[in-house]
Design a protein around this ligand. Structure first.
Ligand code: PLP
Length: 427
């Protein structure tokens, strides 16, 4: 694997060719993660399959790579179902995990033949009393409420405060309604963690889910053909942080699975829907320094902003930054304490706060690491800022997989308004 992101010349050429700021994904790193997942679960007693969470990196060129490697896709909206279709995936290779679901969304999921994962008992009731066909297979999303899962709940919230899923009695009722309506095939789902590198919390969830599956099977006489543990496998955003140990997780999970009494008569498959762990490490946001400002603090302004990467502003998330320069007076050892800022009229438009970084000048490059999941996808257009292009570093060289937005894209929704009804909706 070439460490291109430490090479000023190569990085600068990418910016000259595709524009700055720029998202770059390294295909070799995606392939490495896919292989780690496959190897970890190779000896698991049943099939384990990841349904990549499309929301993490909704680019068909990358979804295609993951699908070709055997992953399914996890979608939560109509455009994500369309992205799955564009990536050549349909039917039970797609799980539709939405919440607060509209009838239009159910209809789109039915049309795609996707597995429907119900988030709420009222949605089950509405679905069953509408004209939708009986689901071939129905999943329900569990929320245990009081499961203690450590501190890392900022993104998804504690189960008891999270809007997702059904508590024990409601989920039992939901399966009963589905069973009585004639559904024959079932799955059980939960998603309680986000960016959690401690495998023990993921195991705790699996344990609770396996117990629930065994209990519901006994009580309702239904069989679960798959148990979906959700996503949330963490990544090391800081260089000193430990990675999620997927090998240890897989071997512990196999033990938990064996002792949960799920093997007879029909052993359920295990699904996960990891997004971040699969692609975060592969993504780099390249940006050029455009100004420095020394007032009450020292600020280095770059040409990317929170509109390109929302995580630091939204979650105070740490992203490691590397500085590259071809100046003869550049000294990577000479550090100063600065805030790295964008140009939005928002004071939380900062990629780093009071961070020690090498002294830069305009024209130098900053490489913001670990942005390959929930990065470009969470971009927005506030202040008239536009989202950057995306480039895939493939074995055949850099490949543009999304062009940068233009002013015309930004103004498109203001044009042709008079008397025009649009039938394209993205909710
Ligand atoms: C239902 C669901 N599944 C999977 C994911 C993917 O999470 P991660 O990318 O942290 O693995 C999310 C993230 O928001 C989610 O909401």
């Amino acid at each position: 694997m070439i460490n291109w992101s430490k090479d000023y010349k190569q990085t600068s050429e990418l910016l000259d060719r595709f524009g700055s700021p720029l998202y770059v994904y390294d295909q070799a790193i995606i392939a490495r993660q896919v292989e780690k997942y496959r190897a970890a679960f190779a000896d698991f007693p049943v099939l384990v399959r990841n349904f990549f969470a499309v929301k993490a990196l909704p680019n068909p060129a990358i979804l295609r790579l993951l699908v070709d490697a055997g992953m399914g896709l996890d979608c939560s909206s109509i455009p994500e179902l369309e992205l799955a279709r564009m990536s050549g995936v349909c039917g039970e290779n797609v799980i539709f995990t939405s919440n607060n679901t509209s009838d239009r969304e159910f209809a789109a999921a039915v049309e795609a033949g996707a597995i429907i994962n119900f988030d709420d008992i009222n949605l089950v009731k509405r679905y069953l009393s509408s004209d939708f066909p009986l689901p071939e297979v129905a999943f329900c999303r569990y929320n245990p409420g009081d499961l203690e899962l450590g501190e890392n709940s900022d993104i998804i919230g504690r189960p008891s405060e999270a809007k997702y899923g059904m508590p024990h009695d409601q989920i039992a009722q939901a399966y009963k309604l589905l069973r009585d309506a004639g559904v024959k095939r079932f799955g059980l789902h939960t998603m309680l963690l986000s960016n959690e590198t401690n495998h023990e919390f993921h195991e705790k969830i699996a344990n609770s889910l396996f117990g629930l599956a065994a209990e519901l099977s006994r009580e309702l006489g239904i069989e679960f053909e798959a148990i979906n543990l959700g996503g949330g496998f963490g990544v090391a955003y800081r260089p000193e942080q430990a990675d999620f140990d997927i090998g240890k997780f897989a071997s512990d999970l196999a033990e938990i699975y064996r002792s949960a009494g799920l093997m007879e008569p029909c052993a359920p498959k295990i699904y996960t829907e990891s997004g971040r762990w699969v692609t975060a490490d592969s993504g780099f946001l390249l940006t050029r320094v455009i100004n420095r400002k020394d007032t009450h603090r020292s600020y280095v302004g770059v040409d990317a902003s929170m509109a390109n990467l929302m995580r630091p502003g939204m979650y105070s998330a740490y992203h490691h930054i590397e500085v590259l320069s071809n100046r003869s007076d550049f000294n990577p050892e000479a550090l100063e304490t600065i805030d790295v800022v964008g140009s939005l009229c928002e004071n939380n438009d900062k990629f780093a706060v009071q961070r020690q970084l090498p002294v830069t000048k305009p024209g130098d490059i900053m490489v913001i690491d670990t942005v390959g999941a929930h990065g470009h996808a969470m971009g927005f257009q506030y202040n008239g800022r536009l989202r950057s292009a995306e480039v895939l570093l493939s074995p055949n060289g850099p490949r543009l997989i999304r062009r940068a937005e233009t002013a015309d894209d930004h103004f498109a929704t203001l044009k042709n308004l008079q008397g025009k009804e649009t039938n394209v909706s993205t909710n």
